[in-house]
Design a protein around this ligand. Structure first.
Ligand SMILES: [Zn+2]
Length: 426
């Protein structure tokens, strides 16, 4: 098959070790939780001693806190090491980088929530990460070189467009560039021969909605729809299933950490335990990247609120990898009342409660441009009773400290293609 050949050729150049990693991950996929944790501890010890010997930042951090490598003998001993944040990665960027002789590639975070971070990532790490994604695909009988539709930000310059086009051809990928009638319908036409779709969940949802509304021909061969980087509203699923025949599954990760979790066909997000150690501390994720030496990420507060399933939880799919129950919101985007400050996590609870108590599924976006005042924009049309429920839930969390307006039947806005459920101008 030509597409497979082209794909593998490109991969051979950029990621020579990927096949080795993929084979490893397909084996470890069947490991018991004990076997996975033995592997994690081994990788952790290796990482800590490497970081101590090769990174000025970690040497100083461990010395300042009297941490001896021999004191780390179990996964829970990790808690002896202090946590770090994005600010540390930016400020001590040079000192964190290790002395190395291996080939590295430049990695850049999107910077959609703050300053963009640049660091060197070795080939093995990049390949491990891709192999982790491909393992997720394999759960849906999808090959990475299968024809795929990609939903990412558009508005490129012509030069970027050309580069993008070349990379897309190499990966048998095509993407949506605009929602205007002609190019949108051409895109939907191509979906007819695609095997999988991936990208921003809000864009996948928009496309699904338009396909349904305009009664366009529905693609028949989609095996996987994968949403990344954004919240997947429950309401999305109805449209996505109707348009593409399968629900949207989520992949969770970050450039610094690598892939953290991938959803299995049973609907559970399994931690990528061979690649990351995940802790939940005060509802926040603290992550250690076990597969990167060029720029060690140890006990890093990624900035998301999460909740993990209980340790003894067993998924019906048979994989022993721990399960991430939910990513509930971003840390640090605060809501300002007249008197108090609240976490934006509250919005998550408000709308979750509406689903749980009243079966009311809403797509929302909250805007704040002055203290003590919020605008709730809701995509759906609200009935009088729905409005009462929503007002009641908002009051429950913000009391009278916040005045608000509710605008229903609205179009929710994305910034540079990316959707955020809370937009603050404060
Ligand atoms: Zn599972």
């Amino acid at each position: 098959m030509l597409s497979k050949f082209i794909f593998n050729m490109g991969q051979q150049l950029r990621n020579p070790s990927i096949q080795k990693w993929f084979d490893f991950l397909k084996t470890s996929e069947n490991w018991s939780i004990e076997e996975l944790e033995v592997y994690q501890l081994e990788k952790l010890k290796e990482l800590l001693s490497f970081a101590y010997e090769n990174s000025d930042f970690y040497k100083r951090l461990f010395d300042d806190h009297n941490i001896l490598l021999k004191d780390i003998q179990s996964l829970s001993d990790l808690s002896k090491i202090p946590t770090i944040e994005k600010q540390d990665l930016l400020q001590f960027n040079h000192e964190i980088h290790t002395q190395n002789t291996y080939k590295t590639l430049k990695a850049t975070t999107s910077g959609s929530s703050g300053e963009s971070l640049v660091f060197q990532r070795e080939e093995a790490t990049d390949s491990f990460n891709r192999a982790s994604i491909f393992r997720g695909y394999s759960w849906y009988d999808v090959q990475p070189w299968d024809k795929n539709g990609y939903f990412w930000g558009f508005n490129f310059s012509w030069k970027q467009k050309l580069k993008t086009k070349i990379l897309d051809v190499l990966q048998n990928r095509f993407r949506i560039f605009s929602y205007d009638k002609n190019s949108f319908e051409a895109f939907v036409n191509k979906l007819g021969t695609a095997t999988y779709l991936h990208g921003y969940s809000s864009m996948i949802y928009q496309t699904a909605k338009l396909v349904n509304e305009r009664n366009l021909a529905k693609p028949k061969h989609i095996k996987l729809v994968k949403g990344t980087s954004e919240k997947i509203f429950e309401k999305y699923q109805e449209e996505v299933k109707k348009a593409f025949g399968v629900p949207m599954v989520s992949e969770y990760g970050a450039t610094e950490s690598g892939i953290i979790a991938f959803e299995c066909p049973e609907g559970n997000m399994h931690l990528n335990m061979e690649g990351v150690l995940v802790e939940e501390i005060n509802h926040e994720i603290v992550v250690t990247n076990l597969q990167m030496k060029s720029f060690p990420i140890i006990r890093y507060k990624l900035g998301d609120y999460i909740s993990l399933e209980k340790d003894d939880y067993q998924c019906n799919c048979g994989r022993a990898h721990k399960v991430l129950k939910e990513v509930t919101g971003r840390v640090g985007s605060n809501v300002y009342g007249k008197q108090e400050i609240y976490p934006s996590l509250y919005f998550y609870y408000i709308f979750k409660n509406l689903v749980k108590t009243y079966g009311l599924k809403l797509n929302y976006q909250v805007h704040q441009s002055k203290k003590g005042f919020l605008i709730f924009t809701i995509e759906q049309q609200l009935e009088a009773q729905d409005l009462i429920y929503l007002e009641k839930e908002i009051r429950k969390y913000f009391k009278n400290d916040v005045n608000f307006e509710i605008h229903s039947n609205q179009t929710l806005l994305s910034t540079k293609g990316k959707f955020k459920s809370f937009i603050s101008k404060l």
